[in-house]
Design a protein around this ligand. Structure first.
Ligand code: COI
Length: 354
């Protein structure tokens, strides 16, 4: 398939890189491609970034049949552009598609389309420390129809967004609230899928966390409300007696690419790593015994985010005196150095664009 390219003659002004936040500004162009039952995925095109005209009955607006991914492009010291493990994102995109009854895309073609878009938009990859170009591939159900079934038509699009830190705290510890009142996902459900509904389902508890002064919610499993799962925008890691512990992929946890990167790095460094179930009670006992050395989250948007405090019921656990711990810093530096092309890419994680 050939990608049609239509450029805009109204280029936007680039933002002040020192003021970049997350998710507010978008580049000049986007990628679009459509699906219908007759033609399959067709008409791939790069065109000016712009609004969609959607019929008010468009299925995605009512029943949330949509999936997305998140990855980043990084500016290297020599001015090149790096992607980090992009094939993993498109593989997961297709796993999500499968679960949401969305026709799968050709992963190689999707990556090729992204590379084309990035070549056109390279001036949007920021170079200030800690900044990058966030990439959001998305598929939405587009049938104008109110019955509940899988749509017969879809739109796949990719938009680009220059970003700074995801949390306003930057690389400083965030405070998280463990809820035993609300659940994000249940066994056999959609927890491992990057679909809009998971994020919608997290908002109510997120607001309750925020009212109490906490940045994020740490979810427990949806069956027993006992085992730690994930933070919604991040996977979670604990350093216990110099061992790295993270909840195993139960089906209701997102299989994070940064999570996998952390695990692989830890193994390379000879740090013991265990993926297993960890209950909130065990976490409290570990804390009480003085063995909870560090807690941090991992995600594409958040990279590594140290956790300085965990609240569960009326118990407040201050982790590492609320300061950034040495392991969080080591993982953050190692991952970002590879991403920005400043350290050896010993696992072939980086794909250089243009
Ligand atoms: C990411 O880390 O890319 C995510 O998708 C999390 C989030 C911003 C929803």
């Amino acid at each position: 398939m050939t990608i049609r390219i239509k450029t805009t003659d109204q280029l936007k002004d680039l933002p002040d890189e020192s003021e970049l936040t997350f998710g507010t500004l978008f580049s000049d162009h986007m990628f679009n491609m459509d699906y219908d039952q007759e033609k399959g995925w067709h008409d791939p095109r790069i065109e000016p970034y712009g609004h969609f005209a959607l019929d008010p009955s468009t299925m995605v607006l009512h029943y949330g049949q949509s999936i997305f991914e998140g990855l980043k492009a990084f500016k290297t010291p020599s001015g090149g552009i790096n992607l980090f493990r992009p094939t993993e994102n498109f593989k997961r995109f297709n796993r999500s598609a499968h679960k949401l009854c969305i026709p799968e895309i050709d992963e190689d073609f999707a990556l090729e389309a992204l590379v084309e878009l990035l070549k056109l938009e390279k001036r949007w990859v920021p170079s200030a420390p800690g900044t990058s170009l966030y990439i959001r591939p998305t598929i939405i159900a587009t049938d104008p129809f109110l019955g509940v079934r899988a749509s017969h038509t879809y739109r796949f699009f990719i938009i680009l967004c220059p970003v700074g830190a995801y949390y306003k705290e930057g690389f400083n510890p965030v405070k998280i609230w463990v809820t035993d009142k609300y659940v994000r996902a249940v066994r056999g459900g959609m927890g491992e899928v990057k679909t809009a509904g998971n994020y919608a389902a997290s908002l109510y508890a997120g607001e309750e966390a925020s009212r109490q002064g906490y940045t994020q919610v740490l979810w427990l499993d949806g069956v027993d409300l006992k085992f730690v799962e994930e933070v919604g925008s991040m996977n979670i890691f604990f350093v216990i007696n110099n061992e790295l512990v993270t909840p195993s992929l139960s089906g209701s946890i997102l299989s994070g690419i940064t999570r996998d990167t952390v695990i692989r790095l830890a193994k390379k460094w000879g740090m013991p790593v265990t993926e297993r179930r960890i209950s909130i009670d065990e976490l409290i006992d570990t804390y009480e015994a003085g063995n909870l050395q560090e807690v941090f989250g991992s995600g594409t948007a958040a990279v590594i985010s140290p956790v300085g405090e965990i609240k569960y019921r009326d118990k407040q656990m201050l982790v590492g005196n609320g300061k950034v711990g040495p392991w969080a810093k080591k993982f953050f530096d190692a991952i970002t150095d590879i991403q920005y092309g400043k350290a050896e890419d010993f696992e072939n994680w980086v794909m250089t664009v243009g």
